[in-house]
Design a protein around this ligand. Structure first.
Ligand SMILES: [Ca+2]
Ligand SMILES: [Ca+2]
Length: 327
């Protein structure tokens, strides 16, 4: 009995020793391999990378996936993952390596690409693995990582090639408006046609379908620009101050100007030069007789008619200080 248990004990010790040996081997062998590898080999690390891209909403761009500093490349499979609410893959073209097998799945947000050497001989150098056409489908300012996942990269002996991976970033660019407001200075309690002209800041082309909001001085209005990029408002402000003008459209940075339209009391500045003097009397007379435009309310005496009595009232105001524009 005692002999048996002694043999069992010895066998257990042997098993434990063996386990230790295996564990030591697992720890030591890979580091030994690395230490044995020549220095020149270590520096030859291939890089797999994709370019960053910034694209206007709805537009596309082609970016390369590069494999550089590679030695004896025989086959590789690379997955590109992305947020498909921001960017989708429209097309994949072969790069400088040659033809690819491609599977695009924009629902899942992943495009799978494979290449292998038809001849079996490996390729050494810098290559474009694929040209990927990306479309910006998100909103301005949205971003998605272009996440590369190298599933396989082997040499002609079927050995895995050392490599690093450099992911990219895709951004949806916002466009800018160029907005002009005519007139931008109006008088209180008087209905005025205000034109808001909305253009693309880069191209100068009219922007149709932009929402233009006016808010302030008793005015709350909203309109959409027409094919000429114009929104026309009949504005009648009930108090003095500023009307905020806001222009918005998907794909554009929202444009806001707090003093987009300035509402002031009428002072009789008919020619709009900021001063009230005899030139304004002349401007009002010309307005009445030749229908030239004026910059302030022509009904100077406030009787609801625009006639020569207003010219006289303005002249008396200038020379004798009599009040105008009765409330
Ligand atoms: Ca004036
Ligand atoms: Ca009048």
């Amino acid at each position: 009995m005692g002999e048996m248990s002694e043999r069992k004990k010895r066998r257990r010790v042997d098993i434990v020793k063996l386990l230790f040996a295996v564990m030591l081997g697992m720890i030591l062998i890979p580091s030994l391999i690395l230490a044995v590898q020549p220095a020149g080999m270590k520096s030859q690390t291939a890089e797999v990378s994709i370019q960053d891209a910034t694209v206007a909403q709805g537009e596309t761009v082609e970016v390369p996936i590069n494999i550089t500093d590679v030695t004896d490349l025989a086959a590789t499979t690379i997955w590109l993952s992305y947020d498909s609410s921001v960017v989708t893959v429209e097309e994949v073209r072969e790069g400088t390596l040659g033809s690819l097998a491609v599977g695009i799945n924009n629902t899942a947000g992943v495009t799978k690409m494979s290449w292998f050497s038809m001849t079996g001989t490996g390729k050494t150098g810098d290559f474009v693995f694929a040209y990927v056409r990306l479309k910006a489908v998100g909103s301005p300012g949205d971003e998605s990582v272009l996440d590369l996942d190298v599933k396989e990269i082997v040499n002609s002996e079927g050995k895995r090639i050392n490599h690093t991976v450099s992911d990219g970033m895709f951004s949806v660019k916002a466009k800018n408006f160029f907005v002009s407001i005519t007139p931008s200075n109006i008088t209180v309690n008087k209905s005025v046609t205000v034109l808001v002209d909305v253009r693309d800041a880069d191209t100068g082309e009219p922007v149709e379908g932009a929402t233009v909001d006016l808010s302030g001085c008793g005015v709350e209005m909203s309109k959409t620009t027409n094919a000429s990029g114009i929104a026309a408002f009949e504005v009648k402000a009930t108090s003095t101050g500023n009307i905020t003008v806001t222009v918005s459209k998907t794909g554009y940075n929202t444009w806001t100007k707090e003093d987009g339209i300035v509402v002031a009391q009428p002072i009789g500045d008919m020619n709009g030069d900021g001063k009230v003097d005899f030139n304004d009397v002349i401007a009002l007379a010309i307005h009445i007789f030749r229908e030239q435009p004026v910059y302030d309310d022509p009904d100077v005496n406030g009787d609801g008619k625009v006639d020569f009595n207003d010219v006289i009232a303005l002249a008396i105001h200038i020379y004798f200080g009599e009040p105008i524009y009765p409330q």
